[in-house]
Ligand binder design. Structure first.
Ligand code: ADP
Length: 299
């Protein structure tokens, strides 16, 4: 197969791991930067150029799109889709998963348990909203947050008010969420490939910190997840139209909750901690999609 990895960082762990896994399995793999792509659209003729040169049509793409360039990356994926290429993530699924609010709305409306969440435009009804979430403390999240930056625990009404006020001044949209205290600063990252759970790790925040992001110094270990958690994760990824995803769970008193779904999950933490060759599984998933496509074309 000819595989293109869309990545802005050829040296990044995930990009390198996918590159090596593809080459190990005998494929031609090329990395291109989606931000340096342009494309042309005309009836019967769709083309993609990288650094001004026509990209030789691949069989499959592996988009690794950072959150700062989601829209640009999704446009490039959509062009590859229009050219009938196999992709590990479809453009619409990426856009939907990147929008934390839509993601929670869709999951909850399909019967997936998520932390109770509120979205508000101003502080006018804040005490009532906090009550609806079950009272203080509450977690305040920037809709655009990554690596836990912009995730704040507000223990008092005053803190919640002033935090929301600051974010509003900065024209940032925020979510309020019930604080799942019993998760004790831990969450579970579950990796799904081809609609199956392939690896899971538990991340534990440092002492005095509730955010368990590895970028914030959390520790991690491989973990076995329950059948209930597996079923939840698989259903959630199906609802979001993702065959490959990183799903973050919080273990709460009322059972596992889906906190977030990452459509372009990093591989460094999960591969290093669990020793599972996730990149190899991604390549095998592409191979099976490619085989199916060829069989269908030959019918
Ligand atoms: P980001 O996308 O920036 O990483 P998250 O929503 O994943 O933001 O939150 C960062 C971390 O904060 C999570 O990994 C989790 O440990 C903690 N956290 C987030 N929301 C809650 C919550 N409602 N209750 C308890 N802990 C939470």
């Amino acid at each position: 197969m000819k595989i293109v990895i869309l990545s802005r960082g050829p040296q990044l762990y995930s990009t390198q791991s996918l590159l090596r896994a593809g080459m190990r399995r005998g494929h031609q793999v090329r990395i291109i930067d989606h931000v340096n792509c342009h494309f042309t659209i005309q009836k019967g003729r769709m083309s993609i150029f990288h650094d001004g040169f026509l990209v030789d049509t691949p069989d499959a793409i592996i988009p690794r799109i950072g959150s700062s360039v989601t829209a640009k990356g999704a446009a490039v994926i959509a062009q590859f889709e229009a050219m009938n290429m196999i992709t590990t993530v479809r453009s619409m699924a990426l856009l939907q998963a990147r929008d934390k609010l839509r993601c929670l709305q869709k999951l909850a409306s399909c019967g997936i348990d998520v932390p109770k969440t509120a979205y508000l435009h101003n502080n006018e009804h804040l005490p009532a909203v906090i009550n609806q979430l079950g009272g203080l403390p509450v977690v305040i999240k920037l809709l655009e947050s990554t690596h836990g930056v912009g995730v704040i625990l507000a223990e008092t009404l005053k803190t919640a008010e002033s935090t929301i006020e600051v974010f509003q001044k900065l024209r940032e949209r925020v979510l309020l969420q019930e604080f799942i205290e019993e998760s004790n600063g831990a969450d579970i990252r579950v990796l799904v490939v081809a609609g199956k759970v392939v690896a899971a790790m538990k991340r534990q925040a440092q002492a005095g910190e509730f955010r368990s992001n590895l970028h914030r110094g959390a520790s991690a270990e491989a973990v076995r997840i329950t059948q209930q958690e597996k079923n939840l994760v698989i259903r959630a990824t199906k609802i979001m139209g993702l065959d490959i995803a990183g799903v973050d769970l919080l273990r709460s008193e009322r059972g596992p909750l889906v906190m977030e779904i990452n459509a372009s999950p990093g591989l460094e933490g999960i591969e290093t901690i669990t020793k599972v060759d996730v990149a190899g599984q991604v390549i095998r998933y592409l191979e099976s999609r490619y085989r199916l496509k060829k069989e269908y074309a030959n019918q």
